[in-house]
Design a protein around this ligand. Structure first.
Ligand code: NAD
Length: 328
C-alpha cells in the first residue's frame, strides 16, 4: 500500500521503515492540514500524528485524491473529523495501546527527579557547586500516592509505587479488584486529593475530566503536595496551578503535557521567542519540571506503534477494514 507519512521525525522513519517492507512509505516532515493535503497525491493511505489537523475540508480533499485510509500512529483521535471520514468513505485506524510501562516509568522518573531535585543537582555539579542547600527531599517509603485513573498506565504506576513502600490511593469510575487485592484503596477524588503527598493523573481527557484540577481541587490538596500530569494537558487548569505554586500550596509540579502544547511541543524552538506567557511563567519556578510529551518515547513503545500502525494497513488491504478502527 502507498502511504504518505506526515509530521515525520527521524525516529518515526527509523521505526516505521524497520517494519514496513511490504508497504511503500513516503515520508514528509510537514504536518497535514488544509495547506499540505496535496502532498498525499498518489497515496492510498495517510499516516498522521497528534497535531495533524484532519478536519472536513482536509478529509474531502484526501478522498478526492483517492485516499481510503487514515492511520493514526497514536491512541487519541480528537484531531480527526470522524463524521467527515465516514461520509467520504475513508476508514480511520489508531493504536489503542502500546506500552503502559513507558508512561508509568516516566511518571516515576518525574516524581524522583522533583523529589530529589536531580535537575538542579545536575546543573550545580557541572558548575563545581557541591552545596546541598535546596536539594532536600523526602523518603517515598510510607508516603501516600493518589492515582486518578487506574487503567493500563495507572495500574502499572500503582504497582511501582507499592514497591517503593508507598500507601496507594486510587480514584476511577471502576475499581480494579486486582489492585485492591494488592493493597490499593479506592477513595472519592476529594479524599484522595486531601490525603495524598503525591497526586498523579492517568485518566483520559473528557468533558467530565476537563480542568479536574482547578481552584477548588487545589484547595483540597495537602500543603506542599506534588502534582504530576503525564496524561492530557487540559486535565489541569494551568492558571489555578500557577496560583497554587505561588502560594506554596503545591510543593512540586511535574508536567509531560500542557493545555496549549500543540503550539510548542515536538519542535526545536530554541531560537524563537516563546509567546505563551502562562507556559513561560511555569518555567520560572524552581520546583516545576516539564518534559515535552515524551512519556511514551521508548524503544518498545515506538516499535509497538509502528507494528500496530502497519498491521492496520495490512488488515485494511486484506479485508477492507483496519485491525483497530475508529468509528464516528
Ligand atoms: P486507559 O483507558 O487504560 O485508562 C484510563 C482510566 O481512566 C480508565 O480506568 C477509566 O475508567 C478512568 N477514568 C475515566 N474517566 C475518569 C474520571 N472521570 N475519573 C477517574 N477515572 C476516570 O488509558 P491509559 O492507557 O492508562 O492512558 C491514560 C491516559 O494517558 C490517556 O488518556 C492519555 O491521555 C495519556 N497518555 C499519555 C501519554 C504520554 O506520552 N504522555 C502516552 C499515552 C497515554
Amino acid at each position: 500500500m502507498k502511504i504518505t507519512v506526515f509530521s515525520t521525525k527521524a525516529y518515526d522513519r527509523d521505526f516505521l521503515e524497520a517494519e514496513a517492507s511490504r508497504h511503500a512509505l513516503t515520508f514528509v516532515e510537514t504536518g497535514l492540514d488544509r495547506t499540505t493535503t496535496a502532498l498525499a497525491a498518489g497515496a492510498e493511505a495517510v499516516c498522521v500524528f497528534v497535531n495533524d489537523a484532519l478536519d472536513a475540508p482536509v478529509i474531502e480533499a484526501l478522498a478526492a485524491m483517492g485516499v481510503k485510509l487514515i492511520l493514526l500512529r497514536c491512541a487519541g483521535y480528537n484531531n480527526v473529523d470522524l463524521r467527515a471520514a465516514q461520509k467520504n468513505g475513508i476508514a480511520v485506524a489508531r493504536v489503542p495501546a502500546y506500552s503502559p510501562y513507558a508512561v508509568a516509568e516516566h511518571t516515576v522518573a518525574m516524581i524522583l527527579a522533583l523529589n530529589r531535585k536531580l535537575y538542579r543537582a545536575y546543573n550545580r555539579v557541572r558548575e563545581g557547586n557541591f552545596a546541598l542547600d535546596g536539594l532536600l527531599g523526602f523518603d517515598l517509603h510510607g508516603k501516600t500516592v493518589g492515582i486518578v485513573g487506574t487503567g493500563q498506565i495507572g495500574t502499572v504506576l500503582a504497582h511501582i509505587m507499592l514497591g517503593f513502600g508507598c500507601r496507594v490511593l486510587a480514584n476511577d469510575l471502576f475499581e480494579n479488584k486486582a489492585l485492591v487485592a494488592a493493597g490499593v484503596r479506592y477513595e472519592p477524588l476529594d479524599t484522595l486529593l486531601a490525603e495524598s503527598h503525591i497526586v498523579s493523573l492517568h485518566c483520559p481527557l473528557t468533558p467530565d475530566t476537563h480542568h479536574m484540577i482547578d481552584d477548588d481541587a487545589v484547595k483540597l490538596l495537602r500543603r506542599g503536595a506534588m502534582l504530576i500530569n503525564t496524561s492530557r494537558g487540559a486535565l489541569v487548569d494551568t492558571r489555578a496551578v500557577i496560583a497554587a505554586l505561588k502560594s506554596e500550596k503545591i510543593g512540586a509540579l511535574g508536567l509531560d503535557v500542557y493545555e496549549e502544547e500543540a503550539h510548542l511541543f515536538f519542535e526545536n524552538l530554541s531560537n524563537k521567542v516563546i509567546r505563551d506567557d502562562v507556559f513561560a511563567r511555569l518555567l520560572t519556578f524552581p520546583n516545576v519540571l516539564i518534559t515535552g510529551h515524551q512519556a511514551f518515547f521508548t524503544h518498545e513503545a515506538l516499535t509497538a506503534i509502528a507494528q500496530t500502525t502497519l498491521a492496520n494497513a495490512d488488515d485494511f488491504e486484506a479485508t477492507g477494514a483496519p485491525r483497530f478502527p475508529v468509528h464516528a
